[in-house]
Design a protein around this ligand. Structure first.
Ligand code: ADP
Ligand code: MG
Length: 307
């Protein structure tokens, strides 16, 4: 493109909330033949809601006693989980804390909070090491994840993200959070596919939940990579590009920055974190997946300024 055309494209983009970091980026977008979407916060709203709390494992031996009344098993499950998650900034952690409060549970104080990226969180509550997260992560402490397997499978097949909770190696229960697919995700996927662009999805979430979401937005099951740890996302993008594909990676999180950098074009979407925006070639001001289509159309010169 001529410098003038590049300037026009960049300014049309800007007026539509699509920020290209320079003219060469505008050209690269046109050469991309693949779009890889992160799931959470990109195709889904990233606003999770606590949907299930299932107490499992041995009966609690009393717990915090309020006016002589023993804490029930579900309250204990929610209190332990929310007390740990109170230290987390992940949408899952926020959902667990809000959900517990809505159910009238008092969130306590934890010490030694630790976020184990892509797996879960842990902290000490009442001197017990409490973990909340993926079944494998919680089972590492010796907790009986098999006792929760049926519950976890049921929750996942409902498209929910299931987590286990354990205290000092004893299973306490299972929790599930759900996230809604954005209204325009399916339309964006279809529009890209119509242009001949292959659409993929990457997620740290489990296979069953990932497939349920992919099906809802029209991404073929063979283009879904699930259970990708945050530090594996860049490798996953590289493996998609290994056959010579030129991928636009679209993500919003801190976790996504290396993957954005590894892609042929990195796209930070909406309320994205500063880290993601910095790593990106294109920033979408809104959180709308249709703006990915807009970026492609501006780059191809098929979007003109009609005001
Ligand atoms: P995504 O790729 O969907 O953005 P992440 O890599 O952030 O997901 O997290 C992957 C998985 O790790 C989650 O689906 C969840 O099972 C677990 N996880 C991450 N953070 C937390 C948390 N704060 N509490 C419980 N589980 C968590
Ligand atoms: Mg994410």
């Amino acid at each position: 493109a001529t410098p003038a055309a590049t300037m026009v494209g960049t300014s049309i983009g800007a007026s539509e909330g699509v920020l290209f970091k320079g003219g060469d980026v505008l050209e690269r977008v046109q050469d991309a033949d693949t779009v890889v979407f992160d799931k959470t916060g990109t195709l889904t709203k990233g606003e999770m809601t606590l949907t299930d709390a299932v107490a499992l494992g041995p009966a609690p031996d009393g717990g915090a006693v309020l006016e002589g009344e023993a804490e029930d098993a579900e309250t204990r499950l929610l209190r332990l989980a929310a007390t740990v998650e109170n230290g987390s900034e992940h949408p899952i952690g926020e959902a667990v804390v809000a959900g517990a409060r809505e159910r009238g549970v008092t969130v306590g104080d934890a010490t030694g909070f630790e976020n184990v990226s892509g797996r879960g969180v842990r902290a000490f509550v009442d001197d017990a090491e409490v973990r909340v997260g993926k079944p494998e992560f919680v089972a590492e402490t010796g907790a009986d994840a098999d006792a929760a397997a049926e519950t976890v499978e049921r929750l996942q097949s409902e498209g929910k993200t299931a987590m286990l909770v354990a205290a000092d190696g004893e299973l306490v229960g299972a929790l599930a959070v759900a996230d809604e697919v954005k209204e325009t995700s399916a339309e964006a996927v279809a529009a890209l596919q119509e242009r001949g662009v292959a659409v993929h999805m990457l997620t740290g979430d489990n296979e069953r939940t990932a497939r349920a979401v992919a099906e809802r937005v029209g991404i073929p099951a063979e283009n879904v990579r699930a259970e990708v740890l945050p530090d594996e996302k860049a490798d996953a993008v590289e493996s998609i590009q290994a056959d010579g594909s030129r991928a636009m990676m679209v993500g919003d999180g801190v976790n996504d920055a290396p993957a954005l950098a590894a892609a042929f074009v990195g796209v930070a979407i909406g309320s994205g974190t500063d880290v993601a925006i910095e790593a990106a070639d294109v920033t979408l001001m809104r959180s709308d997946p249709l703006d990915v289509v807009k970026a492609v159309r501006v780059s191809a010169g098929t979007l003109s300024k009609i005001k």
